[in-house]
Design a protein around this ligand. Sequence first.
Ligand SMILES: C[S@@+](CC[C@H](N)C(=O)[O-])C[C@H]1O[C@@H](n2cnc3c(N)ncnc32)[C@H](O)[C@@H]1O
Length: 273
Amino acid sequence: MYNTLNELLRKPKLYEKTQEKLWNDPHISKGMLAAHLNPNIDAASRKPESIERSVEWICSLLPLGTRLLDIGCGPGLYTKRLSERGLCVTGLDFSERSIAYAKEHDAKSQYVMQDYLEMEFENLYDMVTLIWCDYGALIPEDRYNLLDRVYRALKPDGIFLLDVFTPQWNLGCKENTSWEVCARGGFWSPNPHICLNAQYYYSKSIGMRRTVIVEDENIRSFNIWETCFTKQSLSEEIQLHNFIPVDYYSDVEGKLYEENSPILCAVMKKQEG
Ligand SMILES: C[S@@+](CC[C@H](N)C(=O)[O-])C[C@H]1O[C@@H](n2cnc3c(N)ncnc32)[C@H](O)[C@@H]1O
């Protein structure tokens, strides 16, 4: 026990991944869906009023009937609204629970349950969206894989729209550790458990949260990475994968980018050739 915990409580190597299921664990995914649907918190999804403004803005960028793929669509809070406004929408997510919810509440959109790091679409969509800063949660090789797959999924001149955190998001944050006893279960497990939390930073742009869950006879750990981007670092990365930056915004609602914004939303175009 000591050795296992000691190993899990050290600062992980940069971009070390854990194998535990986060989004598809039967218990965690229940709490995650509840968080998506809670209108009072910007947690798994943003609040409904923000989603409405995003949908309004995204629709203003596209003609009716346009084919849009929302990857990491969760329970379909954007896809449903986008379909209702006349776009031809597909939502893709690997969370069984979220896709089941989305299908049940939205007959207009199509839904695919799949890992977006394995999607194989060719030349199908006018726009692909990845919303709520999930791009920065990926390690670099997964980001590059995703950019290539999105590129292939888009039609010529197709648009990829995503948001990321900027280094402003972490400004003033310090490494810290804490623990919590959940005697009656909690978000991570229905059983009594102890939750050991650590927040680590590797630079101004790279941080991670490690959560170690200690149950009676079981220890699990979850690493959640967060890479932040500036306009320059994001531009460099996407251009290496044949995207041309079109515009940058401070949110996914069309507010023009301001230098101290904690959020950066990029609209980029597929470059042919
Ligand atoms: C923070 S939530 C955002 C959901 C949605 N975009 C929203 O803003 O309401 C991230 C979503 O991405 C999904 N996801 C994470 N990694 C994924 C992957 N590799 N393939 C497919 N879906 C993924 C999760 O299941 C979750 O629904």
